[in-house]
Design a protein around this ligand. Structure first.
Ligand code: ATP
Length: 234
């Protein structure tokens, strides 16, 4: 579904991503794990068209994404939940969700999907009219995920969904990610929380200072000495 090959992204002199190649097959949850500054967010932002690559290719269902503007990438069925959530403050929960569907014209479909999001995240329904800024961190994460789902993505990009959340919310967020995947959405998940990410992922890649150093099934990586030592405190 998504093929990234020999990707290179620089910020001036900083080589944030170097020669990175990976793939995401339809139906999978694939995770990229790595420490702070490893280049994870940069990779996601480049897929979404928010950063420019210096070299390499990003092909989604045979289409070269590097030739498309961000909004056209969303129209192709890719939506991103950014790190730090970035809900629209001053807009209600419902308005935030509607913003997620801004490129869609199927009014009935949008209404139906709003109901599906409310079923998945009942707390958002309860707080439908509330200013998004007043939600807790976990609720804002749910809102950001709900907003991304309103675009009806086939590939969902998640940037550190567990960051800053209480343990009980972290469990819940990963459960929801598995659930969204089981209902047919392919997921590319960026995480520092290696353990939880590898537990839900079909496959994973480990990034260190801009390079992929290891890859395998979620289980293989969970059990690898290198991952245990570097990321799981084992
Ligand atoms: P984190 O989990 O902390 O977000 P990350 O793995 O997502 O880390 P990136 O945010 O992709 O890492 O950053 C990769 C490298 O690029 C880091 O060295 C970072 O300081 C640098 N970097 C990221 N964004 C910029 C920017 N806009 N300008 C300059 N350097 C940047």
């Amino acid at each position: 579904m998504l093929n990234v090959e020999n990707l290179e992204v620089n910020y001036g002199m900083i080589r944030a991503v170097q020669n990175v190649s990976f793939e995401v097959k339809e139906g999978e949850i694939v995770t990229l794990i790595g420490a702070n500054g490893a280049g994870k967010s940069t990779i996601l932002r480049t897929i979404s068209g928010l950063e420019n690559a210096a070299a390499g290719s990003i092909v989604y269902e045979g289409q070269d994404l590097m030739k498309l503007a961000s909004k056209d990438i969303v129209s192709q069925g890719i939506s991103q939940v950014p790190e730090g959530r970035h809900v629209f403050q001053g807009l209600s929960v419902r308005e935030n969700l509607e913003m997620g569907a801004y490129l869609r014209k199927d009014r009935d479909g949008i209404e139906a999907d709003l109901e599906i999001v409310y079923e998945r995240f009942p707390v958002l329904k309860e707080r439908e009219k509330q200013d998004a800024a007043t939600l807790s961190g976990g609720e804002q994460q749910m809102l950001a995920m709900g907003r991304a789902l309103m675009a009806k993505p086939r590939l969902l990009l998640l940037d550190e969904p567990s960051m800053g959340l209480a343990p009980i919310f972290i469990k819940e967020i990963f459960r929801i990610i598995s659930d969204i995947n089981e209902q047919g959405t392919t997921v590319l998940l960026i995480e520092q929380n290696a353990k939880q990410a590898l537990q839900v992922a079909d496959r994973g890649y480990v990034l260190e200072t801009g390079k992929i150093v290891l890859s395998g099934s979620g289980e293989e990586l969970l059990n690898s000495d290198q991952v245990q030592k570097a990321y799981l405190g084992g």
